[in-house]
Design a protein. Structure first.
Length: 305
């Protein structure tokens, strides 16, 4: 790991939280605040197409279990660290096996339509809620955790549509859902009147997707979201798979949105042979409601600063 990147991070960490301690038998595990949290630091260069590559050692992850802990992903030129709470993904790592070298292979995809965490053999997960020092501070100071309201299916649709609007995309939401969007939690936005003509072959499937972000003026799919509040996750994956197989050379991201309790269901369903053969497992992301809520809060506040 380049000394300048890691050293700069550790120096800032010490300024914020006092003396830090390196755990035994690891070059990358640290204790912060005398047991207040554990941090696993990983570094990667940014490769082509905005990809970073990491190896997470199984033995190191085991030392995070039972503690308030994060995996911190670093790369050169990064504006803020990315802190992934290990507790959010502990069950996922338990459900898969590391590579022959004892490491789980992980990537961060840096994309305009939403940065995501990819775990080999598990899938992609939205990472937008995990940026910045506030994420670490919230874990250390649990009393300051953001209290997220209970959100309905249509409120989640509203927030996702609002994020896309703020980011400059055209928005598609099924016509039957538009009257139930909640403008008390987001600024009103216009929805597209129809699916772009170039997608006529899958218009019937696309029109059912809960939220779609489309490049303004280019008719290019950028991100698709299925909000699985109570409906089977498998049905949303099948719709994504139809689109994935029917539209050639699309680099759109596919996102299943649900509460955290359904994360393991997402992993089990996405690992079906049909989705591995089609390649959907490489481009489909799980996004929690709190990811949506935090993402909207951050991007809305940034726009209005």
């Amino acid at each position: 790991m380049p000394n300048n990147t890691k050293s700069a991070f550790l120096e800032e960490l010490s300024k914020r939280y006092g003396k830090i301690y390196k755990l035994e038998n690891s070059l990358s595990l640290y204790d912060v605040g005398e047991g207040a949290a554990r941090i696993y630091i990983r570094y990667s260069k940014v490769h082509s197409k905005g990809q970073t590559f990491y190896g997470l050692r199984k033995n190191d992850l085991q030392q995070l279990e039972g503690y308030p802990s994060v995996v911190c992903f670093l790369w050169e030129g990064q504006k803020e660290p990315l802190f992934i709470p290990y507790s959010d993904y502990e069950d996922i790592f338990h459900s898969i096996s590391p590579a022959s070298d004892g490491q789980y292979k992980v990537q961060i995809y840096l994309q305009e339509e939403g940065n995501s965490l990819y775990i080999a053999n598990a899938g992609r997960f939205n990472a937008e809620a995990y940026w910045g020092w506030q994420q670490l501070h919230s874990i250390i100071e649990t009393s300051q955790l953001i209290k997220m309201p209970l959100l309905s299916h249509f409120q989640v649709q509203t927030l996702i549509g609002s994020i896309g609007m703020i980011k400059g995309f055209d928005i598609w939401i099924p016509r039957n859902d538009r009257g139930r969007l909640d403008w008390s939690i987001a600024d009103p936005f216009e929805c597209m009147s129809s699916i772009p003509q170039k997608f006529y072959s899958v218009e019937g499937v696309l029109s059912q997707i809960d939220v779609i972000w489309i490049d303004r003026g280019a008719s290019k799919l950028r991100a698709l979201f299925e909000v699985e509040h109570s409906t089977p996750i498998y049905s949303g994956l099948l719709r994504f798979n139809d689109i994935h197989l029917s539209i050639q050379n699309t680099h759109a991201t596919y996102n299943v949105v649900a509460d955290n309790e359904r994360r393991s269901v997402f992993v089990n369903q996405l690992n079906r042979p049909t989705f591995k053969i089609s390649g959907l497992d490489e481009s489909c992301t799980f996004m929690e409601y709190k990811n949506v809520f935090s993402w909207h809060k951050r991007i809305y506040e940034d726009r209005n600063e």
